[in-house]
Design a protein around this ligand. Structure first.
Ligand code: GRF
Length: 201
């Protein structure tokens, strides 16, 4: 069974989809700990409802990035975490953390990467007039939203879409592909060759 840490900063709807998949035994993984950098993240309540241990590691409590990273790494190691799952975690993961967990950190992003990395991507997709958007699960490397892509799902961008309506359409697919991708990793079906991800049948 794959030990997960899920890192959040807010609402935690992706966290919920992962909790649901583990509780229903749809994936061979369990959440050891939920970590938030913000104490008022609603996702912490979702975790507690399922008796999942939580921890707040707030940047404010540490004098510098170095000590924040050390605390994060220590918490992950103490919990014997196999896979770090970023689910709306609004802090950039530093090279020190990626080095401690090489190809063991995944992220979900609400665009079809490499299109629209970074922030406010649903609005940017609408403003750019693209006809298709979607979501991506990828391994985290030292760039912003640049690591090897595991799964993507497309949705149409419709006439009259707002940031909200497009975000909601994408989120439905996020909730499907994140547990799916974690399940593939848990079943040892995902390998990385260079920047390419190979999924075993
Ligand atoms: C999602 O859109 C995810 O793709 C992005 O942040 C949002 C988090 O939403 N990285 P939630 O907290 O999981 O509801």
């Amino acid at each position: 069974m794959l030990n997960l840490a899920v890192l959040i900063s807010g609402r935690g709807s992706n966290l919920q989809s992962i909790i649901d998949a583990t509780v229903a035994n749809k994936i061979n993984a369990g959440i050891k700990i939920v970590i938030s950098n913000l104490s008022d993240a609603y996702g912490l309540k979702r975790a507690s409802k399922h008796n999942i241990p939580t921890k707040v590691i707030s940047k404010k409590e540490f004098p510098d990035k170095e000590s924040f990273d050390s605390e994060l790494i220590k918490t992950l190691q103490d919990n014997k975490v196999d896979l770090v799952v970023l689910a709306g975690f609004m802090k950039i993961i530093s090279p020190k953390v990626t080095a401690a967990f090489p190809l063991k950190i995944v992220n979900i992003h609400p665009s079809l990467l490499p299109e629209f990395p970074g922030l406010n991507v649903q609005k940017r997709a609408i403003d750019a007039g693209v006809k298709e958007s979607g979501c991506t699960v990828h391994f985290v490397d030292d760039g912003v939203d640049t690591g090897p892509i595991i799964l993507q799902r497309k949705v149409p961008v419709l006439e009259g879409d707002t940031e909200k309506s497009l975000s909601e359409r994408i989120l439905v697919e996020e909730h499907k592909i994140y547990p799916e991708a974690i399940g593939l990793i848990a079943d040892d079906r995902v390998t990385v060759e260079g920047s390419a991800v190979i999924i075993k049948k």
